[in-house]
Ligand binder design. Structure first.
Ligand code: ATP
Ligand code: MG
Length: 261
């Protein structure tokens, strides 16, 4: 494909090509390539220490890659810090959600980016109105607008974190284990949020240890082992056991190929 003019439809939203990063002598990420299209969810799977978080931290600007290239909508970009990532509409939701527990949903949504009145005062009413608007779109059942977020369930807290990312124009969302600490009902709430974000054309990298979540929510899955990419598969083409074989044994599923195009 290199060198040919691609149409918008087949240009990925994100391409990470041949990414490498080492810590001391350890190749945490070793020549890994993954991509993501608009409206797509790509799962990142692999054992503890496989390199999943490190890979996406090179996209979120938490780490600078030793080598490799990142393309957004086909354009080569340099991401050296979180500000660079945000400029490219990349938002990250870490498992530890970084919410201010004593503040309500609106104050969290606008934390550090508060709306102000023409007189320079924090505009609580406008922030709450905007929060209600975005929640109506993302999670219509959300009702806890005046409580501090410490009083919210895990799924409701995820909603606030996701609303914050989306309000500030995330086109590329990175979610590191979003359902790890949640019960079934809460997990369902987050699944519905992800489906909604997909329908709005947002691309999502979803790190998960839960094969069922990946099978249900993802279009494709990329499996890593010891810093290397085992392969990328269409979830419709594989079984749970195929994915397990990739994760545990680094083995290719019979019908799927590890190479792209
Ligand atoms: N800042 C760092 N300094 C040194 N080593 C690091 C650093 N960050 C990650 N590593 C190492 O890189 C490797 C990959 O770690 P990473 O956190 O990416 O794994 P992971 O796939 O996200 O695992 P988990 O499922 O446990 O979250 C590990 O060996 C880890 O110890
Ligand atoms: Mg991790």
């Amino acid at each position: 494909m290199t060198g040919t003019k691609r149409t918008k439809a087949d240009t990925p939203l994100v391409e990470m090509r041949d990414m490498c990063i080492s810590f001391g002598g350890v190749h945490a990420v070793d020549h890994v390539s993954v991509d993501l299209h608009a409206g797509e969810v790509v799962g990142l799977l692999g054992h503890n220490g496989a390199g999943k978080s490190t890979l996406i931290k090179m996209l979120s600007g938490a780490y600078k890659a030793d080598s490799g290239e990142i393309r957004i909508n086909g354009e080569r970009v340099e991401i050296h810090n979180p500000r660079d990532a945000r400029r490219h509409n990349i938002e990250t939701i870490y498992q530890t959600l970084a919410l201010a527990d004593n503040l309500d949903a609106a104050s969290n949504l606008f934390l550090g980016r508060e709306l102000v009145t023409p007189f320079g005062l924090v505009d609580e009413d406008a922030m709450e109105a905007e929060t209600r608007k975005i929640m109506a779109r993302l999670n219509p059942n959300f009702a806890k607008f005046s409580e501090p977020v410490s009083a919210l369930s895990g799924g409701q807290r995820q909603s606030v974190a996701i609303a914050r990312a989306v309000y500030f124009n995330a086109r590329i969302l990175i979610m590191d284990e979003p359902t790890a600490a949640l019960g079934p009902h809460e997990t369902q709430m987050v699944s519905e949020l992800i489906t909604q974000l997909k329908s709005e054309g947002i691309g999502i990298f979803l790190i998960s240890h839960d094969i069922h979540d990946v099978m249900e929510l993802c279009d494709r899955a990329s499996v890593m082992k010891n810093g290397k990419l085992v392969g990328t598969v269409d979830v419709d083409d594989v079984t749970d056991d195929d994915l397990l074989g990739m994760i545990i044994l680094g083995k290719q599923p019979g019908q799927a190929s590890a190479t792209e195009g």
